[in-house]
Design a binder for this molecule. Sequence first.
Ligand code: GLU
Length: 419
Amino acid sequence: MTTTARDVSVFGDAITYFNEAADLLGLDAGMRAILTHPSRQIIFSIPFQRDTGEFEVYTGYRVQYNFARGPAKGGIRYHPGVTLDEVTALAFWMTWKCAVVDLPFGGGKGGVTCDPATLSQNEIERITRRYAAELVEVVGPDKDVPAPDVNTTPQIMAWFMDTYSMHVRQNTPGVVTGKPIEIGGSRGRTEATGRGVTICALDQMEKMGLKPETARIVIQGFGNVGLYAAKLFAERGCTIIGISDVTGAYHNPKGIDIPAAIAYSGKHHNLAGFTGGEKISNAELLTLECDVLVPAALEKVFTAENATQIRAKLIVEGANGPTTPEADRIFREKGIIVIPDIMANAGGVTVSYFEWAQDRMGYFWKEKEVNERLQETLLDNLHELQAIVAERKTTLRTAAYMLAIDRVVKALRLRGVYA
Ligand code: GLU
């Protein structure tokens, strides 16, 4: 049997990127060992009652990967593909993502192996409350701060916050970010990941001589990341020639009417039947000739099998882990520039940080202030990466890991290893 990319551990792939940067930094074996092991992995059962009255049991996870720079931080994913390996990789990436944009957080991630499409809102609420209750001792504003991820919404964050607050007998909005604004969420959080993708992309495009008015963009995924990235690219005058979601992909060389696509997916809950573009396969979408390609769905989208066929000039990773190390090597050889996930999609966690800070102050900012601070945070750090690339003749991904590892290692050495 041949081994496909899917069989390889996601965490194993993630460590490949870490090692490349660690080699360039000359990192010693002890530090490498510490940083390639998660601090804590928690697995638990979530028994819950179906609306029919029957009981079922799902599996919940929370991985707290590293605490050197602050409390663990990272989303909760509800998806049938959730495994300990995936959650660990995602928590590992959160560690470097928070460090790359210099947030005072470590890295964490959680998940429940389930398919929310088969669950009612009441069932999702019960699962969420039990998930939160199982974690009461180990989460908190100074311990570990969850947030939304694939298939988890502000409403789910509200249930998480309420359950935690009930247990500790104290209203604690800072235990989770991505909440509705009415109960301590931040303005600008919902759009933040997509906004960050466009901020990073437009900056890199300028350096490559790609003008927004003539740029053709393809976006894979039309959830919280892809949808807002499409909206903001379109607002900047870019032409979005391809979009997709789980129902399929849609191509229009003249440009898809993004407000119409957003309205359509809002009404129908997906893009099935959308007529604003020719229906093509997801594989065809990824190989469309374009200037900027934005994977904004799940991991392992670009593999050794399809990387040679990619015809974009710039890839901006809205998703976490969309590129396998084999595909990354091919992109490097082909001269395709990649803004890596830990930089490109850091806008979400950056505004999560702003939300956590606002909750602790009890003083909330205007949207303009949030967006300005977001832009400043992302561009300051992206420019650092571009400088490392120029100096070390490496890729943005390796530069991002180098900067992030250096920041985490500095914190770790200052604190010392409690052994
Ligand atoms: N789930 C998002 C991510 O992968 C956001 C995490 C957060 O805001 O803590 O970056």
